[in-house]
Design a protein around this ligand. Sequence first.
Ligand code: PGA
Length: 262
Amino acid sequence: MGIMSRTPLIAGNWKMNLDHLQAIATVQKLAWTLKDARHDFDDVEVAVFPPFTDLRSVQTLISADKLPIRFGGQDVSRYASGAYTGEISGAFLAALDAAYVIVGHSERRMMHAETDQIVAEKTAAAVQHGVVPVVCVGETSEDRESRGAGVVPVEQLQVVLDAVQPAEIVVAYEPVWAIGSGQAATPDQAQEDCGALRRAIAGAWGDEAATATRVLYGGSVKSGNIAGFMREPDIDGALVGGASLDVAEFAAIARFRQHVGL
Ligand code: PGA
């Protein structure tokens, strides 16, 4: 795991699952499960990323019950406001106390034609509104074979780093073949790429930013494989999709120190 100054982040990307009523039940259950297990949220941060229609309900629950769980959106508009039907402003996320927002998830890059430039603009919009962007980058197995490990994700991140002034961001390395496939990258592969991403941050924003920035691994993370990733020096947490919908499993991932002795 990364040096102690970086608090590990276990982030649950629900994708298009769970409506607002299911969201309330899920967050409540997650909070109880982690509380029962005496989870130290200052030691390992836990965040959920529900669909937009759930966010107000999740915010209300978290603030009323003072739950130590953080939350974010799954996407954000490049624009602050205006005639952009269907878009959600970073200002709206900030007004809901969203701590984070995912930008550039590979599903959006592929299905919504989000380019590196758009991802950079969305990152800038999130930063501008005080919401920490979780910038997703990734590569296909062909990219990795033909271009080399980490080359494509570093190129994707470089566009963001060049366009945005140094700020708090989280980077998530998610190899496309590993997402939702049950075939996670190996810890070695993930470390190779996460290390390359951290070096890119150092090159663009300086060593201090590189040391402070959390780099997550994502792609078929489960309680059974989180340990291997968290032992790597440049992996500071996980972006969890499918397994984040199962409260017991997600809580076990968040509690990686207990079952791996880290
Ligand atoms: P997965 O998804 O954990 O279901 O592989 C990860 C992600 O897409 O963020």
